[in-house]
Design a protein around this ligand. Structure first.
Ligand SMILES: [Zn+2]
Length: 300
């Protein structure tokens, strides 16, 4: 049994180029994350919002094999929330405590309380330059959408409205989506006013996606802003781990760690953080990696 995957992402020009929007439907992506990690409702909302925002960031990358990683450390009981997207909008992520639960105080899940707000959102873009781009902002509320809005405004100097939403029942992610609206240089006062007037409608993004899906949401949310679809993308939860990558990571741990695994554990079982796939290594296989680590350290 599988949920019909209607996920997708649109780049949209608004008001004849005075602003732009990225709109995403991410229901299947968030449900996949929930299944892989056994996420509680709050964790589904927190990681789901972060995956959704990170997919939109990934869609802004230009070159092949580029990636963007968003990390939120707010000091709350969920621990770290981390998501990665490549330029194809394949996303993956995890949280430290997937089973985190807190009493609901109002109608909404207390995502901000689970994430905490005493910390930072860090965005790292690897674009194969000498140094990766690193942007960092203090958290506004831990509710994630406001935190990404602050990131775009403070770190990328692009005033942005960000709406992220995950509707989750006991069983599954019912709907998820996101919208970023950014003013472009030279936007008129009238354009700014039009966007401000529409902002209220952007808030219930998961409700809009549940009812209308991606194309219907363009009509519902942006019709007053003369939307023109520039680009349509697929997006999904996908992990690119492999045995070769895990071997590389084990070699990078160093000789002492590998020696301990051989002598004390007589093997190793490594789980991918992103998809939970298990990679097993026998003592003999670890000896081979140890030899590789030794050769590597002699190269230096
Ligand atoms: Zn994996």
């Amino acid at each position: 049994m599988s949920v019909m995957n209607q996920d997708g992402l649109l780049h949209i020009s608004l008001l004849e180029g005075q602003a732009r929007a990225i709109l995403i439907e991410s229901t299947a992506m968030v449900q996949r994350a929930k299944e892989i990690h056994g996420l509680s409702k709050i964790a589904t909302a927190a990681l789901g919002r972060t995956l959704t925002a990170t997919a939109m960031l990934g869609s802004m990358l230009k070159g092949e094999d580029e990636s963007v990683t968003a990390t939120i450390k707010g000091g709350g009981p969920i621990g770290t929330v981390l998501a990665v997207s490549n330029e194809k909008c394949d996303v993956k992520g995890y949280v430290t405590n997937p089973e985190v639960d807190l009493p609901r105080t109002g109608k909404k899940l207390p995502v901000g309380a689970a994430v905490g707000k005493e910390g930072r959102l860090t965005v790292i873009k690897d674009m194969h330059l000498r140094e990766p781009y690193v942007g960092q902002v203090n958290l506004v509320s831990g509710e994630i959408a406001e935190d990404f809005a602050m990131y775009f405004t403070a770190s990328e100097q692009t005033p942005s409205l960000v709406s992220l939403g995950v509707l989750v029942s006991d069983e599954k992610a019912e709907a998820a989506g996101g919208l970023i609206v950014q003013l472009l240089p030279g936007a008129s006062e009238a354009a700014i006013q039009s966007i401000e007037n529409s902002a209220g409608m952007f808030m219930d993004i998961s409700g809009t996606m549940k009812q209308y899906h991606l194309d219907g949401a363009v009509e519902q949310l942006l019709i007053h802003l003369q939307p023109e679809i520039l680009e349509r993308r697929e997006t999904r939860y996908a992990c690119d781990c492999s045995r070769a990558r895990v071997e590389k990571a084990l070699i990078a741990l160093g000789k002492r760690e590998l020696r301990d695994m051989i002598d004390e554990q007589h093997g190793a079982l490594v789980n991918c953080h992103f998809c939970r796939k298990a990679y097993g290594f026998t003592e003999e296989e670890l000896e081979a990696l140890l030899a590789a680590a030794t050769a590597k350290s002699q190269d230096k």
